[in-house]
Design a protein around this ligand. Structure first.
Ligand code: GRF
Length: 221
């Protein structure tokens, strides 16, 4: 089935494997997104090269050359808006966003974070999960609000933690789950099945509990 495609811009700072997963999903005619631009604050981000290989406009907006954070954000916002997106996906974008930035894209910007939020917001999530001794770890996709990694959750993928895991082995298992989770969560939002309303995620046409259970199996496969 061919569906109308919504325009999605991806922001990243690094290798871009989640962006790659979104691009692969979007190749399907029945997937409701087209990745129309990839923007990075790091000129040498691997994700820019990957986007270019896929024929997607890859735009570097480095922090250097801008007087302050506000000027840099204004340039990033201009690059985003030039692509006329319906939705913005953060995929390893390593900058804290200002309240104005978050407000401008409220309900139209989502992020993937490598933990089962609200556990372990911020950095080094895999080492912290191991130190805490959790038996389940995973990733979350959430609407972006000014509270870092604190916006309402759209979908989560869980993976088991093995006794002999290292931060790297756990990260690899979570990343595999992320590559399944992010395209799924983006589809929920673009299909109108997960909406941002008054600071919460409102679901329509799906049972979020069933959805959550379905996201466990692929994560551990
Ligand atoms: C992912 O673990 C994502 O959850 C986090 O940053 C990492 C980005 O990895 N926000 P990649 O650049 O998508 O490979």
């Amino acid at each position: 089935m061919t569906v109308p495609k919504k325009r999605v811009v991806v922001l990243l700072s690094g290798r871009g494997s989640n962006m790659g997963a979104l691009v692969e999903a979007a190749k399907s005619p029945d997937y409701p997104a087209e990745i129309v631009a990839v923007i990075s604050d790091k000129a040498n981000a691997g994700g820019l090269g990957l986007a270019h290989e896929h024929g997607i406009p890859a735009i570097a907006v480095p922090r250097q050359g801008h007087a302050d954070k506000a000027a840099h954000e204004a340039a990033v916002i201009a690059a985003i808006e030039a692509a006329e997106p319906d939705l913005v996906c953060l995929a390893g974008y390593m900058r804290l966003l200002s309240a104005d930035f978050c407000e401008r894209f409220a309900g139209r910007m989502i992020n993937i974070h490598p933990s089962l939020l609200p556990l372990f917001p911020g950095l080094d999530t895999h080492a912290r999960a191991l130190a805490a001794g959790v038996r389940l770890h995973g990733a979350s996709v959430h609407f972006v609000t000014f509270e870092m990694d604190g916006g309402p959750i759209i979908a989560q993928g869980a993976v088991p933690v093995s006794a002999d895991d290292t931060p790297d082995s756990l990260a690899a298992r979570v990343l595999k789950a992320e590559h399944h989770l992010y395209p799924h969560a983006l589809r929920l939002v673009l299909d109108g099945k997960a909406r941002f309303e008054e600071g919460r995620t409102v679901f329509a046409g799906i049972e979020p509990a069933d959805d959550a259970v379905r996201l466990i199996a692929p994560a551990i496969a």
